[in-house]
Design a protein around this ligand. Structure first.
Ligand SMILES: Cc1cc2nc3c(=O)[nH]c(=O)nc-3n(C[C@H](O)[C@H](O)[C@H](O)COP(=O)(O)OP(=O)(O)OC[C@H]3O[C@@H](n4cnc5c(N)ncnc54)[C@H](O)[C@@H]3O)c2cc1C
Length: 496
């Protein structure tokens, strides 16, 4: 058995799917006795959808999710302003809203199709490391061993504790009610709306489906400081809606509730020996902007393609890139979410007025809306090292590979989590590259008649090498350099 994955949340299951796509055996161990029906995270961002497309799952998500195109800032029943997303350049340019449980069902179904059954009632209790393998003991006493362990076991990660990896950060002091509520009629606002009152924000977001099911998110920090909070029942939530939100919006049912105390934490390391942390096991922060689950999905693909190559004989130095790339991304996301949290937590009336004016102004400035949409989509994320060349005409090493039309399909259709993709511009001029595990795509007048791909990549001759997770590993005109990079990815362990 090559890889044990602890945790069958989105991170664990995407890790397993990426390993399976590469033909690497794995087992998914889940503490719960059965799958969870709780909705929790609601949004898939564009970058996650691109990765899910590489696993053949984006169409299925699109069938059950709806496309969120903005959020309204409200006062009572009146819309003060509308923050409209500016769709970024991607085959999936929106936030795709579906409950986490719905995504998990899709992931679990696909895992079953590829022969991996999530093992419920399998709680990892201890972790033991050896030079050539890692062992875990389950709560029922069963010992298991594998070459690698991925701790995707959520914010209270047992794997993290067992590895003695410190979690930097802690509670930030806010308390929220979260609940899924059924409204008795369609409310007088669109899919996502926010009221920024003196007691903190109240937000509502529609869930997909035939009934008026909405997620409500209410800041209860002030009340939590002076009293024991009651359970968020229909009556309690209705009173909060009436006091802080729209009038005449009636709650008919409350199928799910949670009391959420915000924490902001980041694991000091993502790897110890043969064990790794990914997703909420590595980073925890409040859900402003819907980034958490998306970071986990991207951690999963970044780690799993590397593990797969190493299992196929590459040097385990390839694994160093996981923490080097993903830890700074989580740190930057946390900084951004912290800014939002602090903005929402404002209580001083003057500071709140300034904030509200700033949000309304931001909604009207196209450049600001475009930047906010791009950042939320996680498409602007880059692993670039070194300085960007001035006037660079296309993506550079470390940047996400942009999509572009070809005579048949698009560039993204050729990417996949199980191979490197070499875009070979103007093949008449160049040598051919034929390396194992690499799909070569010709880009010339025949395959790119409108020149879209050449324009987007800023190349007429030369090569772009794209990693299995969709980022540029190399670009240029020197095929020897591309060969060197492919070799460094495939480099056998014995060369070390
Ligand atoms: C109440 C709540 C509401 C949220 N709302 C939002 C939201 O609105 N928007 C948003 O973006 N994010 C939200 N989040 C965060 C989001 O749910 C997480 O970012 C996301 O679930 C991370 O996925 P994950 O797979 O890394 O971890 P998880 O989804 O937590 O999955 C971890 C899995 O590991 C299992 N496990 C735990 N310990 C063990 C063990 N020892 N052995 C084996 N299995 C184990 C758990 O049972 C669980 O199934 C919310 C979280 C909570 C708790």
């Amino acid at each position: 058995m090559s890889v044990l994955v602890a945790g069958a949340g989105p991170t664990g299951m995407v890790t397993a799917l990426t390993l399976a796509a590469n033909g690497v055996p794995c087992r998914v161990l889940e503490r719960r006795p059965q799958s969870s029906g709780s909705s929790r995270a609601l949004g898939l961002q564009a970058r996650s959808m691109e990765l899910l497309a590489g696993l053949g799952l984006a169409d299925e998500v699109e069938r059950v999710a709806y496309r969120l195109s903005g959020a309204s800032i409200m006062r009572g029943d009146a819309e003060l302003s509308r923050l409209s997303w500016v769709p970024p350049q991607s085959p999936y340019p929106y936030t795709y809203v579906l409950p986490q449980s719905g995504l998990e069902e899709i992931l679990r179904g696909r895992l079953r199709e590829v022969g991996v059954e999530v093992e419920y009632g399998a709680e990892v209790r201890t972790v033991v490391q050896y030079d050539d393998r890692v062992g875990v003991q389950l709560a029922d006493g069963r010992p298991l061993e594998a070459s690698w362990l991925v701790g995707a076991d959520g914010s209270r990660s047992r794997v993290r504790t067992e590895l003695e990896i410190a979690l930097d950060g802690g509670a930030t002091g806010e308390t929220y009610y979260l609940a899924d509520v059924v409204l008795d009629a369609a409310p007088p606002f669109r899919d996502s709306a926010m009221w920024l009152g003196p007691a903190g924000p109240l937000m509502l977001m529609r869930l997909p489906g035939p009934v008026e099911l909405w997620r409500i998110f209410v800041d209860m920090t002030d009340a939590a400081q002076t009293e024991e909070l009651p359970e968020p029942s229909i009556a309690v939530l209705q009173q909060l809606l009436d006091e802080r939100g729209p009038s005449r919006t009636r709650i008919a049912d409350v199928p799910w509730t949670s009391i959420f105390r915000t924490r902001v934490c980041l694991a000091a390391e993502y790897r110890r020996g043969r064990a790794f942390l990914a997703g909420d096991a590595a980073h925890v922060f409040p859900p402003f902007g819907g980034q958490g689950m998306n970071l986990g999905i991207q951690d999963a693909v970044n780690l799993a393609w590397r593990l797969a190559r190493v299992e196929q004989g590459a040097s385990d130095r390839l694994l160093d890139g996981y923490e080097a790339e993903r830890h700074p991304v989580a740190a930057a996301t946390i900084r951004d979410v912290e800014r939002r949290r602090q903005l929402y937590a404002l209580r001083n009336p003057i500071a709140r007025s300034l904030r509200d004016a700033m949000l309304r102004f931001g909604a009207r400035v196209p450049g600001a809306a475009r930047q906010a949409s791009l950042q939320n989509s996680q498409l602007d994320l880059s692993y670039r090292t070194g300085r960007r060349r001035p006037f660079s005409p296309g993506p550079e090493i470390g940047d996400r590979a942009p999509d572009a039309a070809l005579a048949e399909g698009t560039v993204h259709d050729r990417l996949g989590v199980d191979h490197l993709t070499l875009l070979h511009f103007d093949t008449a001029q160049g040598e051919r590259l034929d390396e194992p595990g690499t799909v070569v795509v010709r880009i010339d007048d025949e395959t790119d008649p409108a020149g879209t791909t050449r324009a987007r990549y800023g190349l007429r001759q030369g090569y772009v090498l794209i990693r299995p997770d969709g980022y540029l590993a190399s670009r240029g005109t020197d095929l020897a350099e591309v060969r060197r990079v492919v070799a460094s990815i495939n480099e056998p362990a014995r060369i070390r």
